[in-house]
Design a protein around this ligand. Structure first.
Ligand code: UD1
Length: 416
């Protein structure tokens, strides 16, 4: 197993480039199932989750080559089963359900099960596909979906859900008639999927609003698409610049979809200068406490909560963070406290009382964003921090340790 060792206290300097967006790339990869041909996706990030989705598509029968530019041929898909071994390591594997049942009339996809940050059920995915004429049974941990003819439907989600909105949008492209998704997720990755589907020939409108309309049965063609930059990686790098008091330039930064993140980081006292897709990050004066509540887009992203919490641990005063998207997304708190942070959690709220100085410690990453949070805390801490279980980090950050090293951090990977 690998760990990351950080000797904190070095301000970061220099330039760094944001990689392609994990959550956008995964959905677009799933969408290639819809049409049996050779698809091209460029700007792919090198991540473990992408490798898992590749394995899953290959298991189904797709031929895949390339890395930065991925060529996926879904012409010979012969299997419609997503096995437990692949779905359990990555919940986004569930995104193959909609495209598989839409193209082949059947699919068997393992239930993702629980994960560290919460229960994360798939009931919205299932209810929506049932409304579209799919007959679904759950047996021995698998969702069995069968459908003779998928039909458009009017679907209202109780709360906006990224994955279910994407699954329905993809399935609706091959359904007979019109599908309307109300209370749809508005995340930029949903918008990108709609654009990619439109490139394939689908009729979709309303993405980015709470109502998405898909007219099905338009003839589809192979996809050629470039993945957008990762807004969560970009946000994490801004925090890295701010928490170390450095001066960095971040290239390929998707500022247009980072509104709430940039606003909060500026409120905290990070100076963020924007010039098209480049931002310059510096610290101006003392960091200020803030109140943050996570919400679906365009609200403050739950995927940035852990990283900003690391920043708030060294902010003068008391900050409040309320997590409303996932019910158990404060597991990193105990680890940050081991580094000298003062955080108290009650139900969905964390009260962070800033301390003068974090102290290096041995800590354990429990999920993807928690691992980034601990690395950020390590950059600011006095002494040595050892973050174990870094496989969580590699799921969703392309070479974060190498990028930080190039910016001047004293950080290295070690085998333990
Ligand atoms: C996606 C992102 C993840 C991000 C999350 C919220 C991907 C691959 N992952 O996850 O990084 O943190 O959006 O922005 O894009 N829910 C149900 N029933 C369902 C579906 C969801 O109750 O059938 C609940 C979830 O438990 C959660 C909320 O809805 O409380 C939002 O989840 P959702 O938007 O679906 O998250 P994911 O698509 O899993």
């Amino acid at each position: 197993m690998e760990s990351i060792v950080i000797r904190g206290g070095r301000p970061l300097h220099g330039e760094v480039t944001v990689s392609g967006a994990k959550n956008s790339a995964l959905a677009i990869m799933a969408a290639t199932i819809l049409q049996g041909d050779e698809h091209k996706i460029s700007g792919m990030p090198g991540l473990r989750d992408i490798a898992t989705m590749k394995k899953l598509l290959q298991y189904l029968g797709a031929e895949i080559s390339g890395s930065d530019e991925l060529i996926i041929n879904t012409g010979n898909i012969a299997c419609q089963e997503a096995p437990y071994e692949l779905v359990k390591t990555m919940r986004a594997s569930f995104l193959v359900l909609g495209p598989l049942v839409a193209r082949f009339g059947r699919a068997k996809v393992s239930l993702p099960g629980g994960c560290a940050i919460g229960l994360r059920p798939v009931d919205y995915h299932i209810k929506a596909l049932e409304a579209m004429g799919v007959s679904i049974t759950i047996d021995k941990g698998y969702v069995h979906a069968v459908c003779s003819k998928l039909k458009g439907a009017s679907i209202l989600f109780d709360m906006p859900t990224v994955g279910a909105t994407e699954n329905v949008m993809m399935a609706a492209c091959l359904a007979k008639g019109t599908t309307t998704i109300k209370n749809a997720a508005r995340e930029p990755e949903v918008v990108e999927l709609a654009k990619a589907l439109r490139h394939m020939g689908a009729y979709i409108k309303g993405e980015g609003t709470d109502t998405i309309v898909v007219e099905g049965e338009r003839p589809l063609q192979p996809l050629a698409y470039r993945v957008m930059p990762d807004r969560i990686e970009a946000g994490t790098l801004i925090v890295a610049g701010g928490i170390t008091g450095g001066d960095i330039r971040i290239l390929n930064c998707p500022v247009e979809c980072m509104g709430s993140t940039l606003e909060k980081l500026r409120d905290i006292g990070i100076d963020i200068e924007e010039d098209k897709d480049v931002v310059r990050v510096r610290r101006k004066g003392d960091l200020q406490p803030v109140e943050i509540t996570t919400h679906p887009y365009p609200g403050f992203p739950t995927d940035m909560q852990a990283q900003v919490m690391a920043l708030l641990t060294v902010t003068k005063g008391t900050s409040i963070i309320r997590e409303t998207v996932f019910e158990n997304r404060f597991i990193h708190v105990a680890e940050l406290d081991r580094m000298g942070a003062h955080i108290k959690v009650e139900h969905d709220t964390a009260v962070v009382t800033g301390v003068k100085q974090l102290k290096g410690a041995s800590v354990m990453a429990t999920d993807l964003r928690a691992s980034a949070s601990l690395i950020l805390a390590g950059l600011a801490a006095e002494g040595t921090t050892v973050v174990s279980r870094v496989y969580h980090l590699d799921r969703g950050y392309e070479s974060l340790d190498k990028k930080l090293y190039k910016l001047g951090a004293d950080i290295q990977r070690q085998q333990v």
